[in-house]
Write a protein that binds this ligand. Structure first.
Ligand code: SME
Length: 175
C-alpha cells in the first residue's frame, strides 16, 4: 500500500508510530517501541518513559515502566507527588515550560528544563502516563502535545483490548 510522503518531522513521527502500532503484538511492546522512537526521532525529547498505576495498590502508586534516557531515582511516585502525580490524579495533560518554577517538580536530571506528562486511559480511567523531559526550556509546543497524546491514546486502546480479551477468556491475540 502506498503511503503519502510525510510533510513535516511530526508527520513522519506520526506515521512511524502508526507503523509501529501495526507491527507490535502487545501493549507492552508498543510502550517500549514508543519510548525508543520518540527519544530517537525527536531531538528535544531527552527522557521518555511510561509510569503505570500499580494494580490494586493502596494508596495508588505510579511505577516506572519502559523508558529511554538517564536513570531516574523516581521509580515509584505516589499520586500526591510530582508533575507525574498531578497528571495521573487530575487525568489531564500537564505541560511545564520551566521546571525550576514548578514546586511540584521532582528532579530527575539537573539538565531537565521542561516536561510534559500525558495520562493513558483505559475504559475512561487513568491507567498510567507517558512522561517526557527535555533539556530545552518550553520544548513542548501544541503539536508536540498532540503527538504525545496520540501515542498515549494508542497505548490506552491496546491495553483496553488486552483487558477485554483477558475478561472474555480468549487466548492471546495473534495479530
Ligand atoms: N519529573 C517527574 C518525575 C519523573 S522524572 O522526570 C523521570 C515529576 O515531577 O513527577
Amino acid at each position: 500500500m502506498a503511503t503519502t510522503k510525510p510533510a513535516t518531522k511530526l508527520d513522519e513521527v506520526h506515521q512511524a508510530v502508526d507503523q509501529l502500532n501495526e507491527q507490535v503484538r502487545s501493549a507492552d511492546a508498543l510502550m517500549q517501541g514508543v519510548t525508543v522512537l520518540l527519544n530517537e526521532k525527536m531531538l528535544k525529547y531527552n527522557w521518555v518513559g511510561f509510569y503505570m498505576l500499580e494494580p490494586g495498590a493502596q494508596p495508588p502508586m505510579l511505577v516506572l515502566g519502559h523508558y529511554q534516557g538517564a536513570m531516574t531515582p523516581h521509580t515509584r511516585i505516589p499520586l500526591n507527588q510530582g508533575i507525574c502525580g498531578a497528571a495521573a490524579s487530575s487525568g489531564k495533560t500537564v505541560v511545564v515550560d520551566d521546571v525550576s518554577k514548578d514546586p511540584r517538580y521532582l528532579a530527575c536530571s539537573i539538565e531537565t528544563k521542561s516536561e510534559i506528562v500525558v495520562p493513558v486511559f483505559v475504559r475512561g480511567q487513568v491507567a498510567g502516563e507517558l512522561d517526557i523531559d527535555s533539556h530545552f526550556p518550553a520544548a513542548f509546543m501544541p503539536e508536540d502535545r498532540e503527538l504525545i497524546e496520540y501515542c498515549a491514546r494508542l497505548v490506552g486502546k491496546r491495553l483496553e483490548s488486552e483487558k477485554a480479551s483477558r475478561a472474555s477468556g480468549a487466548p492471546g491475540s495473534t495479530s
